[in-house]
Write a protein that binds this ligand. Structure first.
Ligand code: BMA
Length: 364
């Protein structure tokens, strides 16, 4: 009996060590390790396209609609973004008016269909009661850490997110692995966790506290993304507030083109950021991503093949996530739809070999 247990343990250790890529969470589930390895393998094949809230709504529809990208290409994106903001307040709908039950269902559908789920979180301000963009106090992060006046309140918020992550199960009751990207764009100062709103020590402590809290609450189905804004010039800028390799799996950044004249700025920043994060990913055996991008309303009919693609194609970047197509703000969209001026060019991009949509990654 003892020998059998011993041999099983050895076998488990061997399986564990056969993964080239290991998530930061030492207790990550097998499915989570598989996801991390799959992303890493897919990065060798090409760059996946993602779209925020792709299944929840689009430019001219909400629920039960045909995703905007699919209306153009007949295919789904490979990566599906979701947003948890307001879940921490125990609301039933996200700040973008999507029911959390629908998000859970969507995540299940994506997993079943071999797509990849990534979750962002615009967490409300636990000190002031304002939203994520309430930067009226520079005491928020300190106040929610242990010893702070809002620590108990913040724990309640984390409980709700942990419960949600733990509730993601496939048909066989197995935990669905997801990418998770809290405390993003922290090199800017527009969220309460931003650069001018907390010290380096407190920001790093916030990350560690969040992840350790999740882990002690049984969350082991998460791949963590560290995602700065595009205002970084060198590796040390990027790593200034980095919580460490034991906490982070994916290096990302968010970047937007702001105007037609801003094309060069966008491409220069893209190049600089991709150079930094793809080098880091290679050195530290991790993965790189463009965690948010786009050009609002896409007023450039060749944007996909003449700006985005040339800007990213030479890099080993796993996916590029286009931001959302709001259904209630007609100009707030980042992916095209039939009739949109860059639609034909997006179809051109779709035909390129190294850009991966769902059909392609389902084969892997
Ligand atoms: C922002 C905008 C907002 C949205 C928020 C969270 O970039 O798209 O309209 O509420 O993201 O998804």
């Amino acid at each position: 009996m003892k020998t059998r247990i011993f041999l099983t343990l050895i076998l488990l250790l061997l399986i564990q060590n056969s993964y080239a890529q290991k998530p930061a969470d030492k207790s990550a589930t097998g499915e989570t390790m598989d996801l991390y390895n799959r992303i890493s393998e897919l990065t060798k094949k090409g760059i996946m396209i993602g779209h925020q809230d792709a299944l929840a709504y689009g430019h001219a529809w909400k629920l039960q609609g045909n995703p905007d990208i699919r209306q153009l290409t007949g295919d789904y994106p490979a990566v599906f973004g979701w947003e948890l903001g307001d879940l921490e307040l125990n609301h039933q709908y996200s700040l973008d008016s999507v029911a959390f039950d629908k998000i859970r269902e969507g995540i299940k559908w994506v997993y079943k269909n071999k797509g990849i789920n990534t979750i962002s979180w615009h967490c409300n301000n636990p000190l002031t009661g304002g939203n994520a963009w309430d930067v009226s106090s520079a005491e928020v992060v300190k106040s929610i850490l242990p010893g702070g006046s809002r620590n108990a309140e913040f724990n309640k918020m984390l409980d709700r997110v942990a419960d949600f992550l733990n509730s993601l199960k496939d048909e066989n009751g197995i935990g669905i692995p997801v990418l998770f990207r809290p405390w993003h764009e922290h090199t800017g100062s527009w969220f309460w966790w931003g650069k001018k709103l907390c010290t380096v020590t407190d920001y790093v402590a916030l990350w560690k506290y969040t992840i350790e809290y999740f882990q002690t609450h049984g969350v082991h189905n998460v791949i963590y993304i560290y995602s700065s804004s595009s205002n970084i010039a060198k590796e040390t800028d990027y790593l200034e507030r980095y919580p460490g390799d034991d906490y982070i799996d994916i290096f990302g950044f968010d970047i937007y083109q702001q105007s037609l004249e801003g094309r060069n700025k966008y491409l220069n920043e893209m190049d600089k950021c991709l150079d930094i994060i793809t080098n880091l990913a290679q050195k530290r055996n991790k993965v790189a991503t463009i965690s948010e991008t786009g050009f609002e309303s896409i007023p450039d009919k060749k944007w996909w093949t003449e700006t985005l693609w040339p800007g990213i194609e030479k890099y080993a970047v796993s996916y590029v996530l286009l931001w959302r197509n709001a259904c209630n703000a007609p100009k707030h969209y980042f992916a095209p739809f039939p009739g949109q001026e860059s639609a034909d060019d997006f179809i051109e991009l779709y035909k390129r070999g190294r850009i991966l949509f769902l059909n392609e990654i389902q084969k892997e």
